[in-house]
Design a protein around this ligand. Structure first.
Ligand SMILES: *Cc1c(COP(=O)(O)O)cnc(C)c1O
Length: 419
C-alpha cells in the first residue's frame, strides 16, 4: 500500500538506475539495428499509462469485462487509423508481437500439418516462417526458397518452381534481412497458381509501405502481418490486416484462439503511432530512412564492404564482412566496443555457422528518427569501416568511440530528457 504513490526511483532504485543507464546507452550510442527505432514522447506516455490496469478480453463493443468504454475508444482509434494508413478493410491490433501475429494468422486459415513455403532463415527469412525449433516449424511441414546466390535477389521463377514442387497450403512473403522490396503481386500469382494462401509479413518495412515508399502487400496477400515497432515506429507489438472475407477468422484466432486480455496501454500507443504515421512528416521521415540507407550502402561499397545484392531499396542492408576476413560476430563485438550497435547475420550461401556468420545487418530507421542526415550517415559508415578494418587496434577504438559520442550527442533522443 505505502508504495502506491511513490516514484520508481524511491521504490526501486535498482531498476530506476538500470533505466537511466539504458537511456544513457541509447543517447550516446549509434543504433544501427535494423529492427529498432525510437518512439516519440507521446507513444511512451500512452504505453506507460493507466491503461495497463484494464482487462478487455474481446473486441470493442463486445467485451467480456465491464468498464471498457474508454479502452474501446482507444482500440477503435487504433483500428481506424491503421485501416486508413494501409488502405485495408480489416485490422486486428491486439497481437502482442510479430511472432504472435504470425501464429494467429496462420492458424486462422491453415491447419497443423499443412505445408508452408517461405524464405529460408539463412538467406533472410524469419524464424516464424518455418524454423524447425520455432512453433512454425513444429506445427507445419516447412519448405523454403532462397535467394540467387550470385545476385542476392529473390528469383520469382525459382519461387514458382519450388511452389509447384512443394504444393504448399500457404506461401509466406517476408524477411528480416532482405534489403529489396518484395513483388507481392508476383507472389500472389504464384500462390494462385498452386492454390495456396499468401501471407505477407511486412514486420520490417511496414512504415515504408504505409507511406508508399515501396509497394504494398495489401490487395495482393490474403493476410498481412506486421510488427508495430520497427519502421512503423510504434510500441513493441503486432498487428494483422486482411479483407472483410477473412476478418472474423482472424479475430477469432487472436482471441480466444491464442490470447487472453489485450495490452490496452500498448494498443493506445499503437493508435498514437498510427496517428503520427498519417502525418506528412512521417512520409518525409520514411523517405529519409531510405535515402540514408542508400548513402550508407554506397560508402560501405567504397570502403570495400559490399552490401548483398549491391545495395538496398529499403531501410536495411546486409554487409558482407567476410569480404575483409571478419566474421559477423567479430564485427558486432568490435562495433559494440565503440558504441555502434549492429547484429551479426548470415549472408546467402554463408560458410560460417549462424553463431559466427559472415555478415552484419545495418539499418537506418533509428538514427534517422534522431535526425541524422546524409552527411551524418556517411560519417557513420566511415566510422564502422574504420573499426572493421582494424578491429583489434585499441587506438582506433578509442578515437572512434569519441567520435561516436560526439556525433550522437548532437541528436536528442525522442522522449528522453537531454543530459
Ligand atoms: C521482427 C519480425 C517478426 C517478429 O516480431 P516480434 O515482435 O519480435 O515477435 C516477425 N517477422 C518478421 C519478418 C520480423 O522481421
Amino acid at each position: 500500500m505505502v508504495v502506491a504513490h511513490q516514484t520508481l526511483a524511491s521504490v526501486d532504485p535498482a531498476i530506476a538506475a538500470i533505466l537511466e543507464r539504458e537511456a544513457q546507452r541509447q543517447r550516446l550510442g549509434i543504433e544501427l539495428i535494423a529492427s529498432e527505432n525510437f518512439v516519440s514522447q507521446a507513444v511512451l506516455e500512452a504505453v506507460g499509462s493507466v491503461l495497463t490496469n484494464k482487462y478487455a478480453e474481446g473486441l470493442p463493443g463486445k467485451r467480456y469485462y465491464g468498464g471498457c468504454e474508454f479502452v474501446d475508444e482507444a482500440e477503435n482509434l487504433a483500428r481506424d487509423r491503421a485501416k486508413e494508413l494501409f488502405g485495408v478493410e480489416h485490422v486486428n491490433v491486439q497481437p502482442h508481437s510479430g511472432a504472435s501475429a504470425n501464429l494467429e494468422a496462420y492458424l486462422a486459415l491453415i491447419e497443423p500439418g499443412d505445408k508452408i513455403l517461405g524464405l529460408s532463415l539463412s538467406e533472410g527469412g524469419h524464424l516464424t516462417h518455418g524454423l524447425k525449433v520455432n512453433f512454425s516449424g513444429r506445427l507445419f511441414d516447412a519448405h523454403f526458397f532462397g535467394v540467387n546466390l550470385e545476385t542476392g535477389f529473390i528469383e520469382y521463377d525459382e519461387v514458382l518452381a519450388k511452389a509447384k514442387e512443394v504444393r504448399p497450403r500457404a506461401i509466406i512473403a517476408g524477411a528480416s534481412a532482405y534489403s529489396r522490396a518484395f513483388d507481392y503481386k508476383r507472389f500472389r500469382e504464384i500462390a494462385d497458381e498452386v492454390g495456396a494462401y499468401l501471407f505477407a509479413d511486412i514486420a520490417h518495412p511496414a512504415g515504408l509501405i504505409a507511406t508508399g515508399q515501396i509497394p504494398t502487400s495489401i490487395g495482393h496477400a490474403h493476410v498481412t502481418t506486421t510488427t508495430t515497432h520497427k519502421t512503423l515506429r510504434g510500441p513493441r507489438g503486432g498487428m494483422i490486416m486482411t479483407s472483410e472475407e477473412f476478418g472474423k477468422a482472424i479475430d477469432k484466432s487472436v482471441f480466444p484462439g491464442f490470447q487472453g486480455g489485450p495490452l490496452m496501454h500498448v494498443i493506445a500507443g499503437k493508435a498514437v503511432a498510427f496517428g503520427e504515421a498519417l502525418t506528412p512528416e512521417f512520409t518525409d521521415y520514411s523517405k529519409a530512412v531510405i535515402a540514408n540507407a542508400k548513402r550508407m550502402a554506397e560508402v560501405f561499397a567504397e570502403e570495400g564492404l559490399p552490401a548483398i545484392s549491391g545495395g538496398t531499396d529499403t531501410h536495411l542492408m546486409l554487409i558482407d564482412v567476410g569480404a575483409i576476413g571478419l566474421s559477423g560476430k567479430q564485427a558486432e563485438t568490435a562495433l559494440d566496443a565503440v558504441g555502434i550497435t549492429v547484429n551479426k547475420n548470415t549472408i546467402p550461401g554463408d560458410q560460417r555457422p549462424p553463431t559466427q556468420a559472415s555478415g552484419i545487418r545495418v539499418g537506418s530507421p533509428a538514427i534517422t528518427t534522431r535526425g541524422f542526415g546524409l552527411a551524418d550517415c556517411e560519417q557513420v559508415a566511415r566510422l564502422v569501416s574504420a573499426v572493421l578494418r582494424q578491429p583489434d587496434d585499441p587506438a582506433v577504438a578509442t578515437t572512434v568511440r569519441g567520435q561516436v559520442e560526439e556525433l550522437a550527442s548532437r541528436f536528442p533522443l525522442p522522449g528522453v530528457t537531454p543530459v
